[in-house]
Design a protein around this ligand. Structure first.
Ligand code: MCA
Ligand code: AMP
Length: 504
């Protein structure tokens, strides 16, 4: 095989006239047409001077063309670096600088905001919009619709996905072709995907869940996707009768349950609902079964590892657990102080090893060494325990992390911005329960006494720096932060105090 990722997911469908994507307006795109677009893009990327191993940063709305850029990168051996469309220009600058991306593709609307950044980083800026227009389209349109696939191996890098860190600095998780392929193979098998499946795809395609889990599984099985630009309740309800499977974050399922149109009739032909990226409340699981007769299949993964565990397709799907280790992936629960494996039933740090585990953080050897042991086990920062039947439950986190609607938010990144605001002495950012997003962000501020805190000005400043989903939904001013005897801020005490802000 010359290029395992491209050949296995894309190349094997060359010339196929069967439908790959259906858009909300009913328009369909065949595998053949999709691959021709990808080949044009691969030609253009090469003409723009990108060589195998170079990074391409992409911050564009979800569209078939956006997915074709991923295919083009695979074909040309370029490392695909997708970015959340909510990121501000400040945030994008960091990713482009850190990754050394030589080309950035963005929506035309964002180009003015990103132009100076791209120039300063020595990156070329191209545009591609949700409707397929933009400089990337006009330059690629006249090019040949075939491209000689670049030779690569399973050990070559395929993608960088940035994940925030507890220090506030994002880290580029380096994923190889082998990381992605091994996981896709296992998931197709475990979740019994076949060419007859139609996946209702409403997730973003800049994260593992929507990009690798959903799209790679579909491509490997040669099945179809109903490709929605985002989660929209009405569209989901309208499209469900045409689908066989769906993947989502828990917010998808709680939103569906809040709608009386969502019932047994609407879902009776469905074969599988998968949930992940954030904890699915046992109550949601039970309600879902009562309403539809389906048991949601919950699985557990990370940007650095793809998927690690899954509840079984056939067999007992246990609410409140993330199931069993996937074949080929070892999962253990260890004592975080000693690293020793704990007996079954005891709570400890979850560690994973397998062909799915990433290669380390781009140009951060010390961070990599902190989290990836020399024996190949990755320390996830999640706390869990196994039950007697080998089902894993995630019971907490050993990392200061908030998960809002499936997006990871590291408080430190927000605290650094809040601490810089005029009149702020210090801050603590916490996650509190939220009925729609599971958790949401609250900022606690302490004034330095030099001036009255202007909360509106602080919010406005945060808005220019951080993506919308990271903005504190509430700012609270306290005379001081609760601390333990060692002087460490007691976030748990703050979380306990403010836990009812959005739920009561
Ligand atoms: C949107 N907003 C959010 C979020 N999403 N705020 C906090 N958290 C969010 N997740 C903001 C919007 O900008 C908007 O702000 C306001 O909240 C309400 O927007 P709304 O229209 O209700 O939101 P939405 O567009 O419907 O989005 C909610 C969503 C979406 C459908 C839950 O966030 C989503 O698709 N999440 C999935 C994330 C995901 O794919 N995670 C996987 C990561 P304003 O009102 O000011 O405009 S991969 C991963 O975690 C691992 C590997 C794994 O295991 O999968
Ligand atoms: P990310 O770094 O964005 O890939 O997010 C990975 C994190 O999401 C994991 O470390 C977990 O904390 C969390 N996560 C993913 N799936 C689940 C799940 N099914 N239940 C609870 N937490 C999950």
């Amino acid at each position: 095989m010359t290029n395992p990722l491209y050949d296995t997911l894309f190349g094997c469908h060359t010339g196929k006239t069967s439908v790959f994507l259906t858009l909300p307006d009913g328009q369909t795109i065949t595998y053949a047409a999709f691959l021709e677009t990808a080949a044009r893009y691969a030609t253009l990327l090469t003409q723009l001077g990108l060589e195998p191993g170079d990074r391409l940063a992409v911050q564009i709305a979800k569209s078939p063309q956006a997915l074709a850029i991923y295919a083009a990168c695979a074909q040309a051996g370029i490392v695909f670096l997708p970015l959340n469309t909510a990121y501000t220009a400040d945030e994008v600058r960091y990713f482009v600088e850190n990754s050394g991306a030589r080309v950035v593709v963005c929506d035309s609307d964002n180009a003015p905001a990103l132009k100076d950044m791209a120039d300063a980083c020595g990156a070329q800026l191209e545009t591609l919009n949700a409707d397929g227009s933009g400089s990337f389209h006009s330059k690629s349109h006249p090019l040949a619709s075939s491209f000689v696939t670049v030779e690569r191996s399973e050990d070559d890098l395929a993608a960088f996905l940035y994940t925030s860190g507890t220090t506030g600095r994002s880290k580029g998780a380096m994923l190889t072709q082998g990381n992605l392929l091994s996981n896709a193979r296992v998931l197709v098998d475990q979740w019994q995907f076949s060419k007859d499946d139609v996946l209702l795809h409403a997730l973003p395609i800049f994260h593992t869940h929507g990009l690798f889990v959903a799209s790679n599984v579909t491509l490997m099985a040669g099945s179809q996707m109903i490709f929605l630009p985002k989660f929209d309740l009405d569209q989901i309800i309208a499209q469900l009768p045409n689908a066989t499977t769906m993947m989502g974050v828990p917010t998808f399922y709680t939103r569906l349950l809040s709608d009386p149109r969502f019932d047994k009739t609407l879902t009776q032909h469905m074969r599988l609902f998968v949930s992940g990226s954030a904890p699915l409340l046992a109550d949601t699981h039970v309600q879902f079964q009562e309403r539809t007769g389906h048991r949601i299949l919950e699985r557990y993964g990370m940007t650095e590892t793809n998927m690690n565990t899954s509840n079984p397709y056939s067999g007992d799907r246990r609410a409140g657990t993330v199931g069993l280790p996937l074949p080929g992936t070892e999962v253990k629960v260890t004592d975080s102080a000693t690293g020793k494996t704990l007996p079954q039933g005891e709570i400890g740090e979850i560690e994973v090893r397998g062909p799915n585990v990433f290669q380390g953080y781009w140009q951060m050897p010390e961070k990599t060494a902190e989290e990836l042991r020399s024996d190949g086990f990755f320390i996830t920062g999640d706390l869990g325990c196994f039950d007697a039947d080998g089902y894993l439950s995630i019971v907490g986190r050993n990392k200061d992390l908030i998960i809002s609607g499936g997006y990871n938010i590291y408080p430190k990144e927000i605290e650094l911005v809040l601490d810089d605001q005029p009149g702020v002495l210090e801050s603590a950012v916490i996650g509190v329960p939220h009925p729609d997003f599971g958790e949401t962000v609250v900022g606690v501020l302490v004034a330095d006494g030099s001036q009255e805190l202007d909360l509106d000005a602080i919010k406005a400043s945060v808005a220019t720096t951080l993506a919308r989903f990271k903005h504190p939904q509430r700012l609270i001013v306290l005379p001081e932060l609760p601390r333990n005897t060692m002087g460490k801020v007691q976030k748990k005490a703050l979380r306990d105090t403010y836990s009812g802000l959005f739920t009561t």
